[in-house]
Design a protein around this ligand. Structure first.
Ligand code: NAD
Ligand code: ZN
Ligand code: ZN
Length: 354
């Protein structure tokens, strides 16, 4: 089968041929319908390889995946070949307290997981291939009627990650609240949609690309700003001087974390989601009082099920650009050049072929 593989850190992926995997006991083979190209894959290609990683290439990329159940391993019940499914991306041990609650993202026994702190496309073979081997049927979520795999795939990460980050701040997002979204790419445009769907908060977006700024406006942003020396002042003006209740940073550079921190309202939240590697000095005076700063990683199985419900009701609509599997490297090049609107999704098959 075709596969787009990362063979070494600090290298470009390669489109190659590998054998179709055979599902063992408890495993399921998925025919891939959609695999999202996440900016994290660019971090894997460019910045990983410092020696502190829990896993190593080679592996097939693609950690936001959906498709159709193809072959069931021994003992797997309750799924039918051809059934449309999404794949929960973080693969934990399945037995610790966190995994039992569907919070595999923070598995407490990573040594017993299929791969410590990762999943398909993050240490093990992912979905940028004709087929994806899923190590346990509990990582499958059925798709609701009307949601196809290419639109479902980005929901498993590009929507799930902002949803998890927003949910933990919901008590602060009262109808008079203002939220800041920095970066309106794959995650950010869905973060804006989710803030507008779930809360009465007004949303201000900081985004340098004009096309992404327009997408943010279409997604419901009340104000879109290009980053510049006066960004914090303009954000504070928009909030009548008081600051934002939640700042979501989907970039994570020194500059964007500083913008988020300086824009926050006392008692507000600053949540760093982007992994550009920036930092910000925390001291008594560097942040407004009682501002909480946190990082978040992905989301839970229960949150993914909730998002599919929102999507089925038309309340969450990922903006996608679809690419053939043979064009996956073009999709990554365009993502790196800032030339993707919303999420690039690789579609190895358009329909289930049996
Ligand atoms: P993307 O490339 O689709 O979007 C990033 C957006 O940020 C682009 O629109 C870009 O124009 C914009 N941007 C760049 N510099 C900016 C600046 N200075 N100010 C404001 N906006 C700026 O990327 P994505 O796939 O949405 O991922 C965003 C980040 O989140 C990446 O670092 C990715 O690795 C990370 N990520 C984290 C998690 C997690 O669980 N924490 C999950 C998925 C992705
Ligand atoms: Zn991702
Ligand atoms: Zn676990």
């Amino acid at each position: 089968m075709r596969a787009v593989r990362l063979n070494a850190w600090k290298s470009d992926p390669v489109r190659t041929e590998i054998p179709i995997p055979e599902p063992g006991p408890g495993q399921v083979l998925i025919q891939v319908g959609g695999a999202g190209a996440c900016h994290s894959d660019l971090h894997l290609m460019r910045e990983f390889g410092t020696g502190s990683e829990a896993w190593e290439p080679p592996f097939t990329l693609g950690h936001e995946n959906a498709g159709w159940v193809h072959t069931l391993g021994d003992g797997v019940r309750g799924w039918e070949p051809g059934q449309p499914v999404a794949v929960v991306g973080a693969w934990g041990c399945g037995r610790c307290a966190r995994c039992r609650a569907g919070v595999d993202i923070y598995c407490e026994d990573p040594a017993a997981a299929p791969v410590p702190g990762g999943g398909g496309g993050l240490g093990l073979d992912g979905g940028m291939a004709d087929y994806l081997l899923v190590p346990a049927e509990r990582f499958l979520v059925p798709l609701p009627d009307g949601l196809d795999p290419v639109h479902a795939a980005p929901i498993t990460d590009a929507a799930l990650t902002p949803y998890h980050a927003i949910r933990r701040s919901l008590p602060k997002l009262t109808p008079d609240a203002i939220a800041l979204v920095i970066g309106a790419g794959g995650l950010g445009h869905l973060g804006v949609q989710l803030l507008k769907t779930l809360t009465g908060a007004r949303v201000v977006v900081v985004e340098p690309r004009e096309s992404a700024g327009r997408l943010a406006a279409r997604s419901g942003a009340d104000l879109v700003l290009a980053p510049g020396s006066d960004t914090v002042a303009l954000i504070r003006d928009f909030t009548s001087g008081r600051g934002v209740d939640l700042a979501l940073d989907f970039v994570g550079s020194d500059e964007t974390i500083a913008t988020a921190a300086k824009s926050a309202r006392p008692l507000g939240d600053v949540t760093i989601v982007g992994i550009a590697g920036g930092s910000f000095p925390v001291s008594f005076t560097s942040l407004p009082p009682e501002v909480s700063v946190q990082t978040t990683y992905w989301g839970t199985r229960a949150e993914l099920v909730e998002l599919f419900d929102l999507a089925a009701r038309g309340l969450l609509t990922p903006e996608i650009e679809v690419f053939d599997l043979d064009d996956a490297l073009t999709a990554y090049r365009r993502l790196e050049a800032g030339d993707v609107r919303g999420r690039a999704v690789i579609a190895p098959s358009a329909t289930y072929s049996g």
